[in-house]
Design a protein around this ligand. Structure first.
Ligand code: GLA
Length: 380
């Protein structure tokens, strides 16, 4: 319990405790930075902050997961190249101050059970948790979307990772037993109830996403280049969100095959996501599962962000009874798969997949049967 850690380190109880969950994306992958659609859910694994105010401008922070402490001054917030785990809080604090929110010094302990570098957005949970922590501790009354954007800005501009907005959004605004359908262009969103009788099962390949950041940047640039090519044919497009499959057919001859496939993934994934929301609402889980499967194929073949381990997990999953759909989730190149499994088959599924993975690749797979949970700004 983080409260106990806080008590041990700082010798008094915390004033506030704030929890921000990790996430799994059901469908809509690599679409957020193309102004597209996503359908993530917050999971029942989270980062928790405990803290209390200080009378000065010092922030002392202890990481339970790294078993380490550091501190900084609110008037001079710099990136820490050694204790990189503190940069999320530093970035969030710096931008809040820069935007006119006067913070006070604080003693803080944080930690949690979102696996790191597993594609379940532990970073977004740490950022959103930091913003929600300041908001609660100091009664800043921050608007939810403001918190989401600030957390993403910390990741983009302070930590230096060029992510989209999905992860911070769902960590802040997820809802128990619901997925969240988000339009990443105008940030309108709607919670979509998840059906009883099915479970979201996450399989962790155990492979850290080594290539993830550099390849992510390559994909981002390829998407921009594809938009420029399509716009050059006279079509009014600002992002791949504005492109239809028929547009892609029409420009096929004018575009490099690789760029075309990248664009094809994004354009088709947006369509799949729109359909997935419809069929989920209508209770057609079979079709939802098919769309998940197609999403995986598209990420593997067109977008080329899967890996041998992820493909193996997906293949094993699809052989199990009670599975509706299986795909890689998150940025790719390692991390996790997400599976929609009938509730009564979930236990057997978990055992069979982890056994099969061990046999096929000699690697252990951690399996999490997840419960869709409230986001940091939704929870009491
Ligand atoms: C990472 C990024 C998100 C999103 C996904 C891919 O998780 O942080 O913004 O782009 O990859 O869908």
């Amino acid at each position: 319990m983080i409260e106990q850690t806080f008590q041990q380190i700082f010798d008094s109880p915390p004033e506030v405790v704030v929890r921000a969950p990790g996430r799994v994306n059901l469908i809509g992958e690599h679409t957020d930075y193309n102004d597209g659609f996503v359908l993530p859910a917050a999971i029942d694994r989270a980062i928790t902050y405990a803290g209390r105010r200080r009378a000065d401008r010092r922030v002392r922070i202890h990481s339970e997961d790294f078993q380490a402490s550091t501190e900084f001054d609110l008037d001079d917030i710099q990136k820490d190249s050694e204790r990189t785990w503190s940069n999320f809080l530093r970035g969030v604090s710096k931008f809040l101050e820069a935007e006119g929110h006067r913070l006070s010094g604080a003693d803080i302990a944080f930690g949690g059970d979102v696996p790191r570098e597993a594609g379940l957005s532990s970073s977004a949970a740490v950022e959103v948790g930091a913003a929600a922590f300041w908001n609660r501790l100091l009664g800043l009354g921050l608007d939810s979307i403001y918190v989401v954007k600030l957390a993403r800005r910390a990741e983009n501009e302070f930590v230096g990772v060029p992510c989209g907005i999905m992860d911070q959004f769902i960590s802040a605004l997820g809802r128990r037993d619901h997925a969240l359908f988000l339009d990443c262009r105008d940030l309108t969103y709607r919670h979509v109830p998840l059906r009883a009788g099915v479970k979201i099962v996450v399989c962790n390949s155990g492979v850290k996403r080594a290539l993830a950041q550099s390849e992510y940047e390559v994909r981002l640039k390829q998407c921009r280049a594809a938009v420029a090519k399509i716009a050059a044919t006279g079509r009014a497009v600002k992002s791949l969100r504005d492109v239809e499959l028929s547009d892609l057919d029409a420009v096929r001859g004018t575009m490099d095959g690789l760029l075309w496939r990248r664009a094809h993934h994004v354009v088709s994934e947006n369509q799949r996501t729109l359909e997935a929301v419809k069929v989920l609402q209508a209770g057609d889980l079979e079709r939802f599962g098919e769309l998940m499967n197609q999403s995986h194929e598209s990420l593997r073949d067109d977008y080329e962000v899967s890996s041998k381990e992820l493909d193996q997990l997906v293949e094993l999953a699809r052989r199990q009874p009670g599975v509706l759909g299986a795909r890689m989730t998150g940025a790719g190149f390692g991390g996790c798969t997400v599976n929609l499994v009938r509730a009564d088959a979930a236990e057997g599924f978990a055992q069979a997949v982890s056994r099969g993975y061990q046999e096929a690749l000699g690697l252990p797979a951690e399996i999490y049967v997840c419960q869709a949970s409230d986001g940091a700004l939704v929870a009491a």
